[in-house]
Design a protein around this ligand. Structure first.
Ligand code: PSV
Ligand code: MN
Ligand code: MN
Length: 426
């Protein structure tokens, strides 16, 4: 299923008058306050977030999986789903694959599908948290950290294979997330597990092409509940530094203990030039993988405020790999991803409204109240007309969820693919 340009135009006609009215109102207000509205809109239009291949089906929990029907059952269909989201929002121009769930059968054909939908291949993800069919060794007690050299070698080789697959598709980064850790005190020697992980990562790093990055993700707990080898940004940063210049820390919003100051983590990593990637989601308790901005929108804004500051002031930090990492089982996954994209863009737009010069002046005066006024003034602005305009200029729709429903996309997918399809994923 592909959304046609005429369909987009018809959808946009329905909302154009009210969009023009609300954009005029906001533009006038912002222009009077000396904002360059067109520059903000063009930054929004440029901002692209990768969609993970595993979020296109209804997510599972350990208690079960409920299909949303019409789910993609192969890689081509997954890319087509990303194409649908991208044609509506124009902000999802990349897909992030998970190997071995998404190994292409025919590389040329897959690249052609992606190309025709204007989708690029973002970071590739390795999987050493599940045993693969016919694998000789088991990851039950860890992968890159395992006490057995044979297991570590198998896990290293898998990561090298993933790089090879990504290379054929045009990816430029490998994301490593490990489930390695322990469930009970005494089960692991912390130092041995960490050192094994470092040595294994160095072996993988040696196989990284010159223009690639290695992104090392951290997570405090789950599936292991006593210790995780790469449990926080400090562990990830040490490992990245131990590998070399092309290795970076990846921050996943759901991978922090409650009340962690994620914006501060992000800020300092950028200062050190070591923030490589970002996974968006939201959570109430832990790694809940909920829709970005659905629980703590102010926290998301504060994180974006630091990211915007870093993108401007930290040339030592590379461009970031942005990805949504959210999936659960009560919403249509495509609608959910559209909602996440909207929340991400909204937070970005609000962060772009923070007057950095005024904030700096207020900080130098120790005017705490003014600092807060500046941040909250930006946060309270309804920036949605700017997002609409960015989409309109890029050929997307003014209101993606409304258009998705009025075009009966899910019904079309069910007609094409059948009801009983289940996508691979977490
Ligand atoms: C598991 O927590 C996880 O959600 C990580 O965030 C990874 O990025 C993702 O799975 C895919 O491996
Ligand atoms: Mn993640
Ligand atoms: Mn996660």
């Amino acid at each position: 299923m592909k959304i046609q340009e005429e369909q987009i135009q018809i959808e946009n006609q329905k909302d154009l008058a009210s969009h023009v009215e609300s954009l005029d109102f906001l533009s006038n207000k912002l222009t009077k306050q000396n904002y360059d509205v067109n520059a903000i809109i063009s930054k929004l239009a440029d901002f692209q977030v990768a969609i993970p291949s595993w979020a296109l089906g209804a997510g599972g929990t350990r208690f079960g999986r409920f299909s949303y029907f019409g789910e993609p059952s192969n890689l081509e269909q997954k890319i087509e789903d990303v194409g649908i989201i991208h044609s509506l929002t124009k902000t999802a121009g990349a897909v992030s694959l998970h190997i071995p769930w998404d190994v292409p059968e025919d590389y040329t054909a897959i690249k052609e599908v992606a190309n025709s939908l204007d989708i690029k291949f973002d970071a590739v993800n390795s999987n050493t948290f599940q045993d693969q069919k016919n694998a000789k060794e088991s990851y039950k007690y860890g992968s890159l950290s395992n006490v057995s050299q044979a297991v570590r070698e198998q896990a290293i080789q898998h990561n090298l294979d993933v790089i090879n697959i990504g290379n054929k598709l045009g990816s430029k980064a490998l994301t490593v997330w490990l489930a390695d850790g322990s469930c009970f005190p005494g089960q692991n020697n912390f130092q041995t597990a960490f050192q094994n992980t470092q040595d294994s990562l160095i072996d993988i790093y040696k196989g990284l092409p010159q223009d690639w990055k290695m992104l090392i993700e951290y997570k405090p707990y789950e599936p292991n509940f006593y210790s995780t080898v790469i449990q926080d940004w400090g562990a990830s940063l040490m490992l990245a530094n131990g590998c070399g210049d092309k290795a970076y820390t990846l921050v996943d919003l759901g991978h922090h203990l409650p009340n962690s100051n994620i914006e501060q983590i992000v800020s300092i990593l950028q200062l050190k030039g070591k923030l490589g990637g970002f996974h968006f989601n939201d959570s109430k308790y832990g790694d809940d993988d909920l829709t970005a901005g659905s629980i703590k929108p102010y926290a998301l804004f504060l994180i974006f405020n630091e990211l915007v500051y870093g993108m401007k002031n930290n040339p030592q930090n590379p461009d970031l790999a942005w990805m949504i990492d959210a999936s659960h089982n009560v919403k249509d996954p495509l609608e959910d991803l559209i909602q996440s994209l909207e929340a991400i863009q909204e937070s970005y737009a609000k962060a772009l409204l923070v007057d950095q010069d005024a904030l700096k002046a207020a900080q130098l005066d120790n005017d705490v109240v003014k600092c807060q006024e500046i941040l909250q003034g930006a946060f309270r602005t309804d920036v949605r007309p700017l997002l609409e305009k960015a989409r309109l200029l890029s050929g997307g729709v003014l209101n993606p969820i409304k258009a998705y429903r009025s075009l009966d996309v899910r019904e079309g997918l069910i007609r094409e693919r059948g009801k009983n399809t289940i996508a691979t994923g977490l």
